[in-house]
Design a protein around this ligand. Sequence first.
Ligand SMILES: CC(C)(C)OC(=O)N[C@@H]1CNC[C@H](C(=O)N(Cc2cccc(Cl)c2Cl)C2CC2)C1
Length: 334
Amino acid sequence: LSPSNGTASTALTNYLDTQYFGEIIIGSPAQMFNVVFDTGSANLWVPSQSCSPLYTACFTHNRYDASKSLTHIHNGTGFSIQYASGNVRGFLSEDIVGGIPVVQVFAEATALPAVPFIFAKFDGVLGMGYPDMAIDGITPVFDRIMSQDVLKEQVFSVYYSRDPQRIPGGQLLLGGTESKYYTGTFNYVHTKGEGKWEVTMKGVSVGMETLFCTEGCTAMIDTGSSFITGPASSVSVLMRTIGAVELAEGEYTVNCDLVMSLPIVAFHLGGQAYPLTQEDYILRFGEDICTVTFRALDIPPPTGPVWILGANFIARYYTKFDRRNNRIGFAQAA
Ligand SMILES: CC(C)(C)OC(=O)N[C@@H]1CNC[C@H](C(=O)N(Cc2cccc(Cl)c2Cl)C2CC2)C1
């Protein structure tokens, strides 16, 4: 994360097209962590050395050891982040983060729910959301970097590869866009102006018909989510339309032989349609398991109802998050 010509690039690892994460360092001497750069949240947290090893998810991940960092500053304020599946609890600390000498307030997690974090190949989360979303009113990492005036543009761009074998599995670029990761031009959509990476979506179409969100709805562009989620009422109809069957709670599969005949599903944002083909929304696990990467998820008000466009959308559309103009740009990913 050290800017050179006004931009700073971080290579990302692609784990099974469902987890994209990059390395950051915290403290002196450097302690390395793999983090998801998550536009759906705005805090930085990593597992703590003082997390009891009884928490399997702590035991199996890198842990920050304050006692080993010369630049550690004690804070101790409580911290808790409520995920859908459980909350991460801990306390705040301060230390140098990334190659940039930026002192950052972050959370050391001392309680990490096994579900979902035992499935995580990454250690923690670096929120790339707006300050309004930050728990405990902590200034997010990207805001601290912007206030240093080292970036050419007050934007960051995200490339997620669609092939787990491809190196790098993705890229986070602070300060600009990487021309080799997209083709054509950017189409922009303004954020809803509530301090979130959210836009107004104008419809969701299957084949030629706009079936959902016909009166307009909200879509969150979330680099930290693996899939695309929508209100259960809409997703269940969408699944029936494409002939998918519900396997587990909110999870759907299709017969792999039918994949080629599946319709295009398009998301209408800012007057532009963003189609996904079956290649973009089917994950093949082995020969005969084809899971659909749309999930039913009802998020209660005031946050919801909301569609979440996650990694498999971003893998198809190179995304530029523009804080200067409060807009999101999409281009065809290379
Ligand atoms: C309201 C607030 C708490 C800020 O909401 C959020 O933080 N909302 C976050 C929005 N982005 C996705 C985050 C999430 O679901 N995970 C878990 C996860 C995702 C994919 C794969 C795995 Cl293995 C895991 Cl563990 C964090 C890792 C990013 C929640």
